[in-house]
Design a protein around this ligand. Sequence first.
Ligand code: UDP
Length: 471
Amino acid sequence: MKAHPSSAVAVTPTVEYAVSQVHIPARDDGTSPELARTAAKLADRLGVRRIWHVNSTATGGGVAELLWSGIARQQALGLPVGWLIADAEPAFFQLTKRIHHGLHGRVDHAFTEHDARLYEVSTTRSAAQLAEFVRPGDLVVLHDPQTVGLAPHLVAGGVKVAWRCHIGTRANVPAVAATWAFLRRYVEAAPRCVFTVADYAPGYLAPGRVTVITPSIDPESPKNRHLSQAECVELLAGIGLLRSPDLATGAPNQGDDPVGYVVQDQPLPEGVPVVTQVSRWDPLKDLAGVLRAFAEGIAPHSPAHLLFAGPDPADIPDDPEGAGVFAQLRALRQALPAEIRRRVHLAVLTLRHQTANALAVNAIQRYSTVVVQKSLEEGFGLTATEAMWKSRPIVASAVGGLLTQLTHGAQGLLVEPDDLTGFADAVSGLLANPVRAAELGAAAHRRCREEFLAERESADYLALYDRMSGN
Ligand code: UDP
């Protein structure tokens, strides 16, 4: 691939921040014959050409989650699909995290010339490195703002490109407009752009170039497959969240290679209701809001405990804020009165052992009495969909993708993100009314089965590839 003619920045590729390929273990799930036929026709049409997905991390967050199962499923359909990771320097990921917050309407500072140069240099370097894998005529799906900068280079090199943006907001605020303006020349270079919600697309994109694909979950993956109550208990005891029957101390029995660690005064008492939020340690997940609502509005009315579970920040290179947000939450917990603090548990789960991590999250979600997702903004909350699949009653914020994932009062409860009292009341109400909670959980499972499973997303991808290959 040639460099994009307008890129004026000289780039010396370094091996330190390289593009690398993720190898996904083969799987052979049953799939619908119709999908298999469509895939066979597409593979035929592609001939020697390949399909690539490119993002910036193989672990942590919803995009990596989607790619692991989505690509494995497409490979099982016989499609020549591969996955590339474009690594970059910490300063680049600090910038792209600001872009991420900007597209959620949450930062107001302008982007500088220096930001523009950094973005251009880093993505130009990644584009040059991609040439080792990608050939003219190949199909490339770029994911999120970290990679849209590759679009002009790839298009100039004869590659068929789509950009899938997993984030966004309906809020029409200056920060969003400024961020879309910053990305404009890259976004416009992609012949096709994919959004989770049509309204997330910037105004400068002609509607004909926009495709909507709703994210999905894989019901057979370790994250979502059925676990018995006994398996959940064993997995939670393995992390130290429950007292292990074998250990009087409650210390986790994890050997030298732990699944994670827990910050708590004591393990969860047996049979106590548990309110859980699973998320990255990110300011937009409003962990402090959840803690406050629990301390002031939930704990006084219920014996429930509160559990935060999230990935070890050290394992997510493209999210530089995690360690700081976790440290703040830990300090807030520490400052609580002892009676409340002993009911708050933080579980930090390593992503180095992917299956163990997924099983731990699965067990935590299934063990929870109520699952919450109190995001201030959320492109699409996969954790909510995962909880829906597990028939959990959910209290989430009435924002972004969460509004399209569940209907208030039908498959869960939605509360305005700044309404802490409303949030606490909604959780308390479900804790006090297990019959209502079970009804919402059952309806959530049905909705998930109908709309949010991986087979539907595979079909959407096949349609996207079909359009891209014709572009
Ligand atoms: N997750 C995980 N391990 C953890 C914590 C979270 O695999 O220790 C997963 C979680 O199950 C979900 C994803 O990370 O699949 C988070 O996706 P979501 O869309 O909720 O939020 P994002 O992180 O993309 O903002």
